[in-house]
Design a protein around this ligand. Structure first.
Ligand code: DGL
Length: 271
């Protein structure tokens, strides 16, 4: 933004983007500190799960969709509330869009400050855990720690199901625990980074499985604080209900409505 940019309209939304319902965990944190901000929550359900896609495919989808949505909704800021999309496409999206973009990156830095045993577990999508972005965070903030990375794609589907009101299969959570513990040093994990925005939706199930000696950590509060700081002093005023926007109409959307409404997303639209 420069001094010649027009003033921010009070009803200009904050666009929160994810492949599915995971970004709602970021929205929850944002609501706590900026309840007055108009929001469009966008879920690329036609592309879900990102974690099983190639880097090129994710980058193309995310840049294309955010470009279209920015043109149509004129947000004041966009938040990529998805670790997979952020670790792959954040730089590219920042290069092409002329609004502030806030990304989501694995909370390795705070985890390194918290661990007492020096062994940190990190669960994310397959695409996230192989990113150079994660290697760089590890080298910068956790070089003297052990970081054990595990892809946990089953948890994405479980979190989606939970928000549709379905039961979470305990075997999926148990499998995550046993795979993590089976890694070399896994028994000593005392801090678990939830490096996928879907996973805090399963915080109760994960802490039940990992036990009270393991602290779970995610980046949602930090992201919300960053958004609040970037929009500080701006006017906020809704002129229409906050909206959840999906990229594909599908049967499961109506089952999601209570979870969306509980987060103030009173309108559901398909792009
Ligand atoms: N919520 C996304 C993340 O934070 C991933 C879910 C997916 O695989 O699409 O990485």
């Amino acid at each position: 933004m420069t001094q010649t940019d027009p003033p921010i309209r009070p009803d200009a939304p904050i666009l929160v983007f994810d492949s599915g319902v995971g970004g709602l965990t970021v929205l929850d944190a944002l609501r706590r500190i900026l309840p007055q901000a108009p929001v469009i929550y966008a879920a690329d359900n036609a592309g879900l799960p990102y974690g099983e896609k190639s880097e090129a495919e994710i980058a193309a989808r995310v840049a294309g969709l955010l470009g279209r949505m920015t043109e149509r909704f004129q947000p004041r800021l966009a938040c990529i509330a998805c670790n997979t999309a952020s670790t792959i496409a954040l730089g590219m999206v920042r290069d092409v869009l002329n609004i502030p973009i806030v990304g989501t990156v694995p909370a390795i830095k705070p985890a390194a400050a918290m661990t007492r045993t020096g062994v940190i577990g990190l669960i994310g999508t397959g695409a996230t855990i192989r990113q150079g972005y994660v290697d760089r965070l590890e080298a910068e903030f956790a070089a003297d720690k052990t970081l054990l990375r595990l892809a946990a794609p089953g948890l994405v589907a479980a979190a989606e199901a939970k928000l549709r009101g379905e039961a979470v299969d305990p075997a999926i959570v148990a499998q995550t625990l046993s795979s993590m513990r089976a890694m070399e040093g896994g028994e000593r994990i005392d801090t678990l980074v939830l490096a996928c925005t879907h996973f805090p939706l399963l915080a109760d199930e994960l802490s039940g499985a990992f036990g009270p000696q393991v602290s779970l950590i995610d980046g949602a509060d930090g992201i919300a604080r960053r958004i609040a700081s970037l929009t500080q002093g701006q006017p906020f005023g809704r002129t229409r209900p906050d909206t959840a926007l999906f990229t594909r109409a599908e049967a499961g959307l109506s089952a999601l409505k209570p979870a969306l409404a509980a987060r103030g997303l009173d309108r559901v639209e398909v792009l």
